[in-house]
Ligand binder design. Structure first.
Ligand code: AHG
Ligand code: MN
Ligand code: MN
Length: 281
């Protein structure tokens, strides 16, 4: 596992360099979810692939940008990753990220053994969740990630990141979001789940929601690459991660690119979600 984390650090440093120097334009192709790819999606995917296939404990990799896994002969772990999350924000210079789930014996929620994400913002930060959740920051001069602190969520926060197209929200979802704003929650939403969830984690509470909607009943965010890794991070930090009804890590994945509605946050806000969604879709 240490070897995987060390190689993810190396990949992150290379991706961060690519973000600063490479063309921010689009490519002609789409990925498996039908998203428009930018050149940096493809470059980042290639960087992670290079490092992960060179890691002896990794036997298989699958990414948001790949139709199916790349398999090796030996190794214990399977790594599912989103090499560049929020890539549609690249051209407007907002923060983007990379997300990694380390799985063993399958890609269901219960198979995840560690999760890591990287935020490429004004500074590069990395969060590693195993038994505890730890924050690291890249020291650019030394080219090394330095440990900053352990991260823990409180029982209640003050900020709200409500995703999905509002026009297509179910009425009960809209009522819940409106009522949280009425309680005094403040809007914190960039359109990149990595910085949005990073903010809630660092501010020690709040709610990020990417619900099912009338046009996308299963939501947008992908189980293997986005949802399970963040569910693991939030749960290990003392928070909660649900699909509206169940713990996200109790879900199975039938296909590599399956999506699910998802809610991440602290205890108070997630209880509001569970009450709202009781008996609903
Ligand atoms: P990606 O760039 O990897 O395709 O994913 C972006 C995700 C996530 O970061 C964000 O929360 C969500 O898409 C926003 O999507 P919409 O703007 O389409 O709602
Ligand atoms: Mn993504
Ligand atoms: Mn992506």
């Amino acid at each position: 596992m240490t070897e995987i984390i060390e190689n993810i650090k190396r990949a992150a440093i290379e991706i961060s360099e690519a973000i600063k120097t490479q063309d921010t334009g689009k490519v002609e192709t789409q990925n498996s979810s039908g998203d428009i790819q930018v050149k940096l999606d493809v470059i980042s995917d290639t960087i992670v692939e290079k490092y992960m296939l060179n890691t002896s404990s990794v036997k298989e990799i699958i990414s948001e940008e790949k139709e199916s896994p790349v398999t090796k002969e030996r190794g214990k772990y399977m790594v599912a990753y989103d090499p560049l999350d929020g890539s549609s924000l690249i051209d407007v210079d907002l923060s983007v990220g990379s997300i990694f789930g380390i799985y063993e014996n399958g890609y269901n929620g219960e198979n995840i053994k560690a999760a890591i994400y990287v935020v490429y913002g004004p500074r590069v930060e990395m969060v590693v969740a195993r038994d505890v959740v730890e924050l690291f920051r890249l020291n650019e001069k030394r080219g090394e990630f330095e440990f900053i602190k352990e991260l823990k969520l409180q029982n209640k926060g003050k900020i709200l990141g409500p995703g999905g197209t509002q026009k297509h929200w179910y009425p009960y979802h809209k009522e819940m979001i409106d009522s949280l704003f009425q309680e005094g929650y403040r809007l914190r939403y960039s359109g990149g789940m990595v910085p949005d969830l990073h903010q809630i984690l660092l501010k020690e509470g709040g709610l990020f929601a990417y619900p099912g909607t009338t046009d996308k009943p299963k939501g947008k965010l992908r189980k293997l690459f986005e949802v399970f890794p963040f569910a693991y991070v939030y749960k290990k930090a003392g928070g909660y991660a649900v699909d509206g009804h169940k713990d996200l890590l109790s879900l199975k994945a039938e296909h590599y690119h399956d999506t699910t509605p998802c809610f991440f946050g602290s205890e108070y806000e997630i209880n509001r979600v569970l009450e709202t969604y009781k008996g609903k879709k």
